[in-house]
Ligand binder design. Structure first.
Ligand SMILES: *Cc1c(COP(=O)(O)O)cnc(C)c1O
Length: 363
């Protein structure tokens, strides 16, 4: 039987509404069968890359690379840029895991840590001068804490030599980033792009590429098939080193094309903020839910995390007859918080319906 439930879970989440149509076309066109060295694939790679470039308004200096997940990209970042020391802001499970990777790969990782539900005030943060890279998470999906773009941009000024990496997994294409203030960003497709999991996208500028090549010249191992030089040598001819997730690269291009037709990133941003407002305004009236993030300026627009006096399982029991589901809290907050994804795949009508049911049934 078809599953018609609407998933407000923060990844995997609802698929973008046009995915079903594009998937059918992909099967008709045998996208899963064609060679990744064929002209058809080269055209798909090129088309997806061009659409993404246009959605994110990327400068020419930035290259787009396809890997298998954001988790893989964490590892590749450390391998391709760090000789000794990385720096991380840690305020939840995802940013913490990125930090841990550095140590597991034999590097020394510095961190500045904030409590769950808390964020950072960059004016008060000093990055050690020997940190080779600075790793920031735009949206910590486990706690619903975001870094405002202007806070991200503050790191460049005081840290001219470190490369700056942005984990934008659960927010891109929402944030408006100044590309002169960052060197790299990345995401995976099962969050805001509304696709099945299994594709990570890594965007790098020439400084990031130069760094990898410098490490290689020094005789430092930077990995095997997914080193930056290896990825780039293939990307130049619109290909990947390995047999990639051709189907998802195809679907990503199609979904981005649809997003561009609907007004692109600025239209998405407006719609995202309007939907987030619906939830945050309801929270002010609710007797069951309260904000998981105390500082309103740091509250996420794309993954809304709320304290709950009713167990998340109970909330989902209430939503079940209405064919909706929200996410439980993450880790130690599993029973005391809920998480509501607010991605482009969630329509304003669906979000309005969710809020109405929560308010009517739970107060
Ligand atoms: C989900 C998520 C990841 C990991 O993505 P995968 O595709 O599972 O590797 C990394 N960072 C953030 C902020 C996330 O939300």
């Amino acid at each position: 039987m078809a599953n018609s439930k609407v998933y407000f879970t923060p990844g995997p989440s609802e698929l973008y509404p046009t995915v079903k149509h594009h998937l059918t076309t992909a099967l008709d066109e045998k996208i899963g069968t064609i060679s990744h060295r064929s002209k058809t694939f080269i055209d798909i790679f090129k088309s997806t890359t061009d659409h993404l470039r246009s959605l994110l308004q990327l400068p020419d200096d930035f290259q787009i690379l396809y890997l298998s997940s954001a988790t893989e990209i964490w590892e590749r970042i450390i391998q391709n840029a760090v000789i000794e020391k990385s720096f991380h802001l840690v305020n939840g499970s995802f940013s913490k895991r990125f930090y841990e990777f550095s140590g597991e790969l034999g590097k020394q990782a510095y961190k500045v840590e904030a409590g769950l539900g808390e964020g950072f005030y960059p004016a008060n943060i000093t990055v050690p001068s020997d940190a080779e890279i600075i790793c920031l998470t735009h949206n910590e999906t486990s706690t619903g804490v975001s870094m405002p773009e202007e806070d991200i941009h503050m790191f460049r000024e005081k840290n001219k030599n470190a490369l700056i990496y942005i984990d934008g997994v659960s927010s891109l294409p929402y944030p408006v980033l100044d590309y002169s203030k960052i060197d790299s960003l990345f995401f995976s497709v099962q969050k805001c792009f509304g696709l099945p999991a299994g594709l990570g996208v890594w965007i790098v500028n020439s400084k990031v590429i130069d760094r990898a090549e410098a490490l290689l010249k020094k005789g430092i191992s930077i990995g095997t098939y997914h080193t930056l030089p290896s990825l780039l040598s293939k990307a130049i001819s619109h290909q990947t080193p390995e047999t990639p997730n051709v189907l998802n690269i195809y679907l990503l291009g199609k979904v981005i094309e649809d997003m561009l037709h609907k007004g692109g990133a600025s239209a998405l941003r407006k719609e995202t903020e309007a939907k987030a407002q619906m939830v945050y305004q309801y929270v002010e009236r609710s007797s069951v839910f309260s904000n998981g993030v105390a500082d309103a300026r740091l509250r996420s627009q794309t993954t809304i995390v709320l304290n709950t006096t009713i167990a998340p399982g109970e909330v989902n029991n209430v939503l079940e007859p209405f064919n909706m589901a929200i996410g439980a809290g993450y880790g130690s907050k599993k029973e005391s918080q809920i998480r509501i994804a607010n991605f482009p795949a969630h329509s304003p009508e669906q979000m309005e319906a969710l809020v109405k049911i929560l308010e009517t049934k739970l107060g």
